[in-house]
Ligand binder design. Structure first.
Ligand code: PEP
Length: 258
């Protein structure tokens, strides 16, 4: 079976200016080093606001940190007359490895459809970065019992037209919207049910080898205290962490789930 290195990605959302970003990354790196974190056992990535990325890059490069970094969104366009947009090429130039696409907050507050997410995933891949493609159902869908079918529909739409090689290299984050920022964590069994279904859909569409290689994360109120039970599930390969990634010691403890 393909080895999938666990990935812990901290989505800072619209928090922390560039000075605060540097302090947090320094503290995170120091804590991980102090605890002798083995980066081969879990990759650690921070996803700051756009305005912090250059400062994080300088710190990571200057101190040769093993912490990776990425962006929370990317433009659908390659550049030009699109005021306020940040292109994939700009993010790649800043050394970003990852780009979150289709976070539920972008889908909900900015009307991003699967087609938009699909375009953004394609632009991210074309620029040599890894998309973290977010999917997941809201509370009403969960209560109707349609959460698996709904989420697989988002997977189909968001990944449409990508090659098996591209899908094998990207990351999918299953984030039930009702568990994001609410303190309401899905049970490990809930996470496993949908992550396994996503892997099954990848196998149907792109083949078993691809499905075995793609990393699938869980996201939604992950904390140091609940990460181990979630990571014990076979189809969960890491976590997309919001609130808890803003505290260096908490996020370091999540990274050290093993
Ligand atoms: C997120 O924003 O992707 C997230 C999972 O947030 P939180 O961990 O705060 O629920």
């Amino acid at each position: 079976m393909t080895e999938r290195t666990p990935l812990m990605a901290g989505n800072w959302k619209s928090n922390l200016n560039h000075h605060e970003a540097v302090v947090l990354v320094q503290k995170l790196a120091w804590t991980l080093s102090d605890k002798k974190h083995d980066y081969a056992k879990s990759e650690v990535v921070v996803i700051p606001p756009f305005t912090d990325i250059r400062s994080v890059q300088t710190l990571v490069d200057g101190d040769h940190l093993q912490i990776g970094y990425g962006a929370q969104d990317v433009s659908e366009h390659d550049g030009g007359a699109y005021t306020g947009e940040i292109s994939a090429a700009m993010l790649a130039k800043l050394g970003c490895s990852y780009v979150v696409v289709g976070h539920s907050e972008r889908r909900e507050y900015h009307g991003e459809t699967d087609a938009v997410v699909n375009t953004k995933a394609g632009k991210t891949l074309a620029a040599g970065m890894t998309p973290i493609v977010c999917v997941g159902e809201g509370l009403e869908v969960r209560q109707s019992g349609e959460h698996v079918g709904y989420t697989l529909g988002q997977v189909d739409g968001s990944l449409e037209g990508l090659t098996a090689e591209q899908v094998a290299g990207l990351v999918i984050a299953y984030e039930p919207v009702w568990a994001i920022g609410t303190g309401e964590v899905a049970t490990p069994e809930d996470a496993q049910e949908v992550c396994a279904a996503i892997r099954g859909r990848l196998a149907e569409t792109w083949g078993a080898e691809t499905a075995a290689a793609t990393r699938i994360l869980y996201g939604g109120s992950v904390k140091a205290q609940n990460i181990s039970s979630i990571m014990a599930k076979p189809d969960v390969d890491g976590a997309l962490v919001g609130g808890a990634s803003l505290q260096a010691e908490e996020f370091a403890a999540i990274a050290r789930f093993y």
